[in-house]
Design a protein around this ligand. Structure first.
Ligand code: NAD
Length: 504
């Protein structure tokens, strides 16, 4: 039972993975270490799936799909299972928070509200969709070539929405539970079966989620979880001939490889939630205190390791110094420390590699002429901590400003006149990404005019970031294909089918 769950014993033994309702070790017999980014120490070992295990997991998912017990299950029953899983997540919140903080590094409050409660909310939202999947009927205009002079509509035509089939889900390490549930909830609501591969850095809460999935009563094979070190296993999933859809969240670079793998094999459907580099426009009439706080909240949450991080600040030159003074003050006051210390505001980066990458970006910015207002260094202590960093980039085309750093690095540039919609839009859209954007102004007309022109899937006006499962979340341009959230989110896992019946 969940109540007797112990984190210490869970992580104290090499964790197996979930295939066809069974907890199994890799067929290759290997395991890999998992670390605490706040200390750099190994905290657990996890079985390392071999490429052959992809075949086994996909076969289990295929059998569960074709066996029809899942997709033909009454929708209200699927709904109840998703609700039960949400309840189990909440009942097990303390242990999930402890493991997420230990393995991913984020602060406890964020792990509780975003990862655990947010995931439960997502499950309940999609549980609701199970009973609302519907097609349409219509009178069609196809001529009656039979020439028998029949009166009235010669056909009855309707459309069905059916589950796509076996889904391969590949996700990153920044919000492991959120990412797992973002794929599982809509896919399961639609009646698909899933092979999920959590990021190698953060498999622990996903493995615990697997236990809760079985405890909730999902049939074997409906959800399979493969843990694997390195890109071979997820690459094999993306290329697998018996996978019907690959649902990927990660970098734009790897997203392109996923699309290529799908195109080169069975042309499976592809959903991509990719990188971002959010422009944050602060107009001369904005409430500076609110905007500065919003900049901080939307940038340094999860140490900047968020696809929506507002890392590219575009500030009207008339208020630039004032805004940057306030932003630097707030950034310098952020307390950096282990996520399990309640006084920490910001935890470490995920790994030594990521820490080095972020430090290299800061160095490159300095070489390219950026000025550091605060931060700029890694902390001299164990673990992968980097200071909240604020940089002024007079040239907004330098790499630290125009690429996705995915760390606690805020870049800012002054813009000539924020009331010039054309110029501001040009600068905001001057990026290959198009995930999110935000605007701070008290001029309602300007806010809406900018929101209409900025090429991003989500635009926030006078707020840092705000989500709801009822709103579609999607990347424009090189930030992705497809949607998560809203009706569109479940439709990503459904295929329409048209049925036409001759009436005589
Ligand atoms: P990544 O692209 O390096 O890895 C993502 C996942 O893909 C990981 O599980 C990784 O092991 C796997 N992978 C790596 N190489 C692969 C290959 N050749 N074939 C198949 N899978 C492979 O990204 P990351 O560093 O883990 O995560 C950070 C990125 O994720 C950022 O770009 C961020 O913006 C993006 N992200 C996007 C969203 C969104 O909703 N748009 C949300 C979170 C993160």
């Amino acid at each position: 039972m969940s109540e007797s769950f112990s984190v210490a014993s869970f992580i104290g033994q090499t964790r197996p993975m979930l295939i066809n309702g069974e907890w199994v070790m890799s067929s290759g017999g290997e395991a890999f270490p998992v670390f605490n980014p706040a200390t750099g120490e190994e905290i657990a070992r996890v079985t390392d799936a071999a490429v052959a295990d992809v075949d086994t997991a996909v076969a289990a998912a295929r059998q569960a799909f074709e066996g029809k017990s899942w997709r033909r299950m009454p929708p209200a029953e699927r709904c109840r299972l998703l609700w039960s899983l949400a309840d189990l997540l909440e009942a097990n919140a303390d242990a999930l928070v402890e493991m997420e903080v230990m393995n991913q590094g984020k602060v406890m409050e964020l792990a509780r509200h975003l990862d655990v409660e947010g995931s439960a909310d997502t499950l309940r939202y999609y549980a609701g969709w199970t009973t609302k999947i519907e097609g349409t009927t219509l009178d069609i205009s196809f001529p009656d070539f039979r020439g028998d002079g029949a009166q009235g509509p010669a056909y009855h035509a309707y459309s069905l929405r059916q589950p796509i089939g076996v889904v391969a889900a590949i996700v990153p390490w920044n919000v492991p539970l959120v990412m797992a549930i973002a794929k599982l909830a809509p896919a399961l609501a639609a009646g698909c079966t899933v092979v999920l591969r959590p990021a190698q850095e953060t498999p622990l809460t996903t493995l615990r989620l697997g236990e809760l999935i079985m405890e909730a009563g999902f049939p074997p094979g409906v959800v399979n979880i493969l843990t694997a070190n390195g890109p071979e296993v997820p690459a094999a999933m993306a290329a697998h001939m018996d996978v019907d859809k690959v649902a990927f969240t990660g970098s734009t670079q790897v997203g392109k490889l996923i699309a290529e793998a799908a195109a080169k094999t069975n042309l499976k459907k592809v959903g991509l939630e990719l990188g971002g580099n959010r422009p944050v426009i602060i107009c001369e009439d904005a409430d500076i205190d609110k905007a500065a706080q919003g900049v901080i909240d939307g940038m340094f949450v999860n140490a900047g390791q968020m696809c929506f991080a507002g890392s590219r600040l575009l500030v009207d030159e008339r208020i630039f110094d004032q805004v940057m003074g306030r932003v630097s003050e707030l950034a310098a006051a952020i307390k950096v420390g282990p996520g399990n210390d309640p006084s920490s505001d910001m935890g470490p980066l995920i790994s030594a590699v990521q820490k080095q990458r972020v430090c290299d970006y800061i160095e490159s910015g300095i070489k390219d002429g950026a000025e550091i207002l605060t931060g700029g260094k890694a902390l001299d202590r164990p673990g992968y901590f980097v200071e909240p960093t604020v940089m002024v980039c007079r040239d907004p085309s330098i790499s630290v400003m125009c690429e996705e750093v995915f760390g606690p690095v805020l870049t800012a540039t002054p813009i000539k006149n924020a009331s010039d919609i054309v110029e501001v839009t040009k600068e905001a859209n001057n990026t290959p990404y198009g995930l999110t954007a935000s605007i701070w102004t008290n001029d309602l007309s300007r806010a809406h005019a900018l929101a209409a022109e900025i090429n991003a899937g989500t635009v926030w006006i006078n707020c840092a970031f705000a989500f709801d499962e009822g709103l579609p979340f999607a990347g424009h341009k090189q930030s992705g294909w497809g949607h998560e959230g809203s009706r569109l989110g479940v439709e990503e896992y459904l295929e329409p089918k048209s049925v036409v019946v001759a009436l005589s």
